[in-house]
Write a protein that binds this ligand. Sequence first.
Ligand code: GRG
Length: 310
Amino acid sequence: MKQSAISHPRSARLDVETELEERKRLVEDALHRALPPESAWPETIHRAVRYSLFAGGKRIRPLLVLAAGEAVGGSRDGVMPLACAAEMIHTYSLVHDDLPAMDDDDLRRGKPTSHKVFGEGIAILVGDALLTRAFEIMADAPAGADAGDVRRRLAATAILAEAAGTAGLIGGQVMDLESEGQAVDARALEKMHRAKTGALLGACVRGGAVLGGGGEEDRARLDRYASAIGLAFQVVDDVLDETGAAHELGKTAGKDARAGKATYVSVHGLEASRQMARRLREEARSAVAPLGARGRLLDGLARLIVERRG
Ligand code: GRG
């Protein structure tokens, strides 16, 4: 970590963290506005949706959208719908992943899982409601949007849909279900993780760059960044599953190892996985370095992804 201490003096690092905290508050406000209140009919589903969405996630995906939009000179309001939609899709995937038919987990974001509190039927509907609302938000172009705005919005929606679909999140989850108890080699593991976790993270960066009106050169840089952090996120997740504590993770620790699931740690070992995460973090840094100050939030997020403890 010596290198990051040299290129990131402590004060600059704290500035970026403060900026990310500010953006996070804006995301929380936007998410609150993007959903019906708990008092709206049918109250149970709105209460359950809000329970999971506001259970305390890190908001890495919406922050990536805002950071990518800002890196290419886009407006914050212009990319906020994608930020909210991505967090809704992410939360739906967690609620469904925790169901007894999938990972069967009791704890998520430090709280009892949705099906434990509301029952399985409602938890399934929570996921469905969040996924549907995400695309409703993306389809709702603001009054006064010109043809270019609508085109960019459609392009970002397609990027998000592909990442959430069978080539991304769903495909990765299918691979995950089918690989239980099977020997998984390094290539298959990377493919699974790039689809299950990397695709949505990547869509946040790519979609944010498209919605923000980024040019080809910047978009190519952000593509490289997206590919690196998408994989780094999962490598770190696997390391934390092995080394983290439930109170830091907000979910059951050591579950993958106990379930005999292939992880980066089981396939490559702990030290090699940590090294891989550091290499990917450097790749992300060098991808956005040519953006100068415009890339500082993306760089800060890459650091957060790799250095997080939960
Ligand atoms: C059910 C379609 C479907 C897909 C599920 C995302 C996923 C696929 C499963 C979640 C299982 C899991 C723990 C994956 C590891 C990576 C991951 C998505 C971790 C949670 O993301 P964070 O750390 O969570 O950003 P917070 O709570 O901070 O938002």
